[in-house]
Design a protein around this ligand. Structure first.
Ligand code: ANZ
Ligand code: ZN
Length: 862
């Protein structure tokens, strides 16, 4: 049946505004259908590969503006490099294991797997609406058994190769919940859930031997010339190489048969400034003191409840307990007290230090608190030894030794060498290199993680699960109603036969730290469906990642662990390279104003109405709103904006364009309603420019040439900006070109068309949907912009025809002239002399000297 006739559409409305809501999904489908972003696991010979990767998201349920920024930046790089003729791999996956899924299970009764996969489905849809050039066929989640089973193989390879060790280590233990706590779950020394004081407990755990690679991980930082300097520095500090000495102090009286305590120091030069020796609460001497004295035992127990993280210890008040034991100074034989101190870590150096309060702030705070002597031994340059004293601050810089017998008069570096030589000669120790880096403990007593593929047998010890029995899959039927690790109290899962002797044995119920999952995913993307962790041909061709993009919050651990894993995979024959990420870009945060209601409650931006007079009220009321600082978006301050809502209202291109335009991408940017609205206006304006392409009444060839020159300058400028990660500059240059097109209404149609077509290709990495939409109307049937090569600037067009020169008389600016760039000196001087203002300044006097600085200035001396 025929349709009933419709009234004619009101002219213009359709041509007035770009219908992004229809266009964007359409172009996303077209890209998909054409498999634009698919690449083979093994690129054909002769292709230039480029691997772009953004740090993969944790599937929390919804994408946030930080994701939008991260994936937009990566998408610009990916699309640009494709246009430049590279075969670009740009995959996406999910860092899907971790505690929030378990918390959801405990709080809401949903299974961690169901919760996680539902979140992934939601976030995948949201990301797809952004129009990213991602090859979704490579997608995986780290909680897929196909992924974590391969990770288990890698672990077994590392184990066989001596890169994994089982050793005891201290963990935070919640005695009420009967569970191990992560550092961030210890709040003011108490378990976050139970509120019970946290204890330290010694557990046998798996460690990756990252310290084996410490020298290489440090030295190789120098080769990472496309990494931010700041990140390399943070890595270097974390690895923390320090030169120092181990010194053995003799105990005045042996303790439990032990006659010495060994300390580690980076400042052996300050030995004469010693006023005490201190050991960690877990040190054998502390245990010996505790066995003799209940007060010492109480102090040790208190230290245990402090939490294990270095940050906690750094901030905690310095406290100690005098054990009554004494040690003898290696050089003077004088006796000094042995304390237990809460700021000495058992895991660093030897777990014991000598304290020199004048040279170390912690030691000074400690000495002031407990009335221990403060002897200055390093004299600052220019200070008077007779009057120099230490006040509230230790002196930690370079100077000259004094009060130090045979070291007196030496600068610090020299004094270190002399002190070490003396200690070695006396047989009391030796110079050593010490590393701050610890081995990486990867055992977690949690359900929602990758099972560690080991079986514990009373006779055979820790036995690897045979490869043909991998993956060790998580059981689905788990009970979250009890505290602790559900794997551990599962009725059957852990009861298995020993693969070696066949006797009853126990499956390891610990799972991997989720940082393990993210330490090799970039390699897995090269052949995501292989039944080995990686395939050689794929990783050899695609790695390293050419451009990695993510937040600075991952500058240390994630990158270091990935660098370690790459080395481990090299040792075990999986890859041939050392460094996984050739280029790294760290983006800034997305910020927003924060708002508070009259009663001080935080308000969401959409709850706030801004009035023309500059005041703000709660929408629909008269309640005044206090506009607070612009700060990083966070749920707690409610200063978040939902990307889904922005895309629905303005389209993905607007969100992308605004996020790129605001600031250089390495800096923080402020999300504002006005900014988004501005980006949206620009998009509609560009769209209208393309709708009004008709021949000018009187085409002006000169205007056409000027427009084409502006176009080629834009090609050069946008290209340079994109190469440089200066995306905000690329946006600004596009604006300039749009203005030039709008101003060139007299230019011939062909020139305006060329300018527009070039502009849409230049902004296509940033606003890919609008680019396709315009291309399809300007060049119907000519394929996708996504498949076009990058425009090339014509050098001849870049050269300006004329230049503006300043004309000076006796060094004073008197006028400006416009001359051809090819003008000879004589032509330039003639033009300058002919200028009215210049003639007035010359006043008819004879010119003694003429100077022409090409492209800049003419000067006449009279
Ligand atoms: C005496 C001394 C005198 C120190 C002085 C410093 C200044 P880095 O550079 O980080 O390696 N230390 C050694 N082991 C420790 C431990 N387990 N827990 C806490 N502190 C420890 O730091 C090395 C310095 O930190 C060492 O040098 C030691 O104090 C302390 F004027 O020895 B120093
Ligand atoms: Zn056995």
């Amino acid at each position: 049946m025929p349709d009933t006739p419709q009234p004619p559409v009101v002219a213009n409305t359709a041509a007035d505004r770009y219908d992004f809501a229809t266009a964007e999904p359409l172009w996303q489908q077209r890209w998909d259908a054409a498999a634009c972003f698919a690449v083979p696991d093994v690129p054909p010979a002769g292709t230039k590969k480029y691997y772009v990767l953004e740090m993969f998201p944790y599937p929390s349920g919804k994408i946030h503006m930080g994701h939008v920024r991260n994936y937009t930046l990566g998408d610009v790089v990916a699309r640009y490099k494709r246009a430049r003729g590279h075969l670009v791999m740009h995959p996406m996956g999910w860092d899907a294991f971790g505690l929030p899924a378990e918390n959801a299970a405990r709080e809401r009764g949903t299974h961690p797997a169901a919760w996680t996969y539902q979140n992934i489905a939601n976030m995948r849809e949201e990301l797809k609406r952004m129009g990213l050039s991602i090859e979704w066929a490579r997608e995986f989640a780290t909680c897929d058994p196909e992924y974590y089973g391969q990770q288990q193989k890698l672990f077994l390879d590392f184990l066989a190769d001596g890169l994994v060790e089982r050793k005891e280590s201290w963990v935070n233990w919640d005695p009420v919940d009967g569970t191990v706590l992560a550092n961030e779950q210890v709040i003011d020394g108490k378990g976050w859930r139970s509120g019970a004081p946290v204890e330290k407990k010694l557990l046998s755990q798996w460690f990756f031997s990252i310290t084996k690679f410490a020298p290489d991980l440090l030295a190789s930082l120098d080769t990472l010339d496309r990494w931010p300097e700041r990140v390399r520095l943070m890595q270097a500090n974390w690895i923390g190489r320090s030169e120092g000495a181990r010194v053995r102090f003799e105990l005045a009286q042996p303790v439990d048969g032990e006659s010495e305590v060994e300390v580690f120091t980076t400042r052996p030069d300050t030995l004469f400034g010693m006023s005490f020796l201190a050991v960690a609460a877990e040190h054998p001497l502390a245990a010996a003191a505790a066995a003799r004295n209940p007060q010492a035992a109480a102090f040790v127990a208190e230290c245990r409840s402090q939490g294990t993280s270095e940050a906690v210890i750094e901030q905690a008040e310095k406290r100690g307990f005098d054990t009554g034991f004494k040690v003898k100074h290696p050089f003077t034989g004088a006796e000094y007290p042995v304390w237990i101190a809460n700021f000495v870590l058992m895991e660093y150096g030897t777990g014991a230090i000598f304290g020199c309060p004048s040279g170390d702030q912690r030691d000074l705070d400690f000495a002031r608190k407990y009335g221990l002597p403060v002897v200055p031994v390093v004299l600052p340059p220019g200070a008077d030894p007779a009057t120099f004293t230490i006040g509230a601050e230790a002196f930690t810089e370079d100077g000259t030794l004094f009060n130090s017998q045979f070291l007196d008069g030496l600068p610090v570096a020299e004094a270190k060498r002399v002190a070490i030589a003396k200690i070695e000669e006396m047989g009391r120790g030796q110079g050593v290199t010490n590393w701050r880096l610890r081995d990486w403990g990867v055992s977690r007593q949690r359900y929602w993680g990758c099972p560690i593929p080991v079986i514990h047998c009373d006779d055979c010890g820790a036995v690897p699960v045979p490869r043909d029995q991998l993956p060790v899959v998580l059981p689905k039927d788990v009970d979250f109603s009890r505290p602790g690790n559900p794997l551990d109290h599962h009725p059957t899962w852990k009861h298995v036969a020993c693969p070696s002797c066949g006797k009853a044995a126990r499956r390891e119920t610990d799972t991997f730290d989720t940082f393990v999952d993210s330490s090799w995913y970039f390699a897995r993307f090269c052949s995501p469906h292989a039944d080995e962790p990686v395939t050689h041909a794929a990783v050899d061709a695609w790695l390293p990642v050419d451009q990695y993009i993510g937040g600075i919050e991952h500058a240390i651990l994630h990158l270091l662990y990935s660098r370690f894993f790459t080395r481990g995979m090299r040792e075990t024959g999986h890859v041939k390279l050392d460094e996984p990420f050739a280029g790294l870009f760290t983006q800034g945060m997305v910020q927003h104003e924060s708002y508070k209601g009259a009663d001080g409650r935080w308000l969401y931006p959409e709850e706030v109405e801004k009035r023309a007079d500059g005041t703000s009220v709660v929408r629909g009321t008269e309640e005044p709103v206090t506009v607070g600082r612009v700060e990083s978006m966070s749920k707690s301050k409610r200063n978040t904006v939902d990307p889904g809502a922005i895309i629905a209202r303005y389209g993905a291109d607007t969100a992308r364009w605004f996020i790129l335009s605001d600031n250089p991408p390495e800096r923080d940017m402020e999300w504002s309603e006005a900014g988004v609205a501005g980006a949206s206006r620009f998009i509609h304006r560009v769209w209208r420019l393309a709708q009004n392409l008709t021949e000018a009444d009187k085409p002006d060839a000169a205007a056409g040439k000027k427009l084409l020159q502006a176009t080629h300058r834009a090609i050069a400028a946008v290209t340079e900006a994109l190469e440089d990660f200066s995306f905000n500059v690329a946006v600004a240059k596009t604006h300039e070109l749009a203005n030039a097109i709008a101003d060139a209404s007299a230019a011939p149609l062909a020139a305006r068309r060329e300018a527009l077509e070039t502009m849409l290709r230049l902004f296509s990495p940033m606003m890919p949907h609008l680019a396709e939409e315009l291309w399809s109307t300007l060049r119907p049937g000519e394929g996708l912009v996504a498949n076009l090569p990058w425009p090339e600037a014509d050098p001849a067009m870049l050269r300006a025809d004329s230049v503006t020169l300043a004309v000076q008389v006796l060094g004073k600016l008197r006028g400006t002239i416009e001359v051809s760039v090819d003008a000879t000196d004589e032509e330039v001087f003639a033009a300058a002399e002919a200028d009215e203002n210049v003639q007035r300044a010359l006043g008819g006097k004879p010119i003694k000297k003429r100077i022409h600085v090409k492209g800049r200035v003419v000067n006449f001396v009279v």
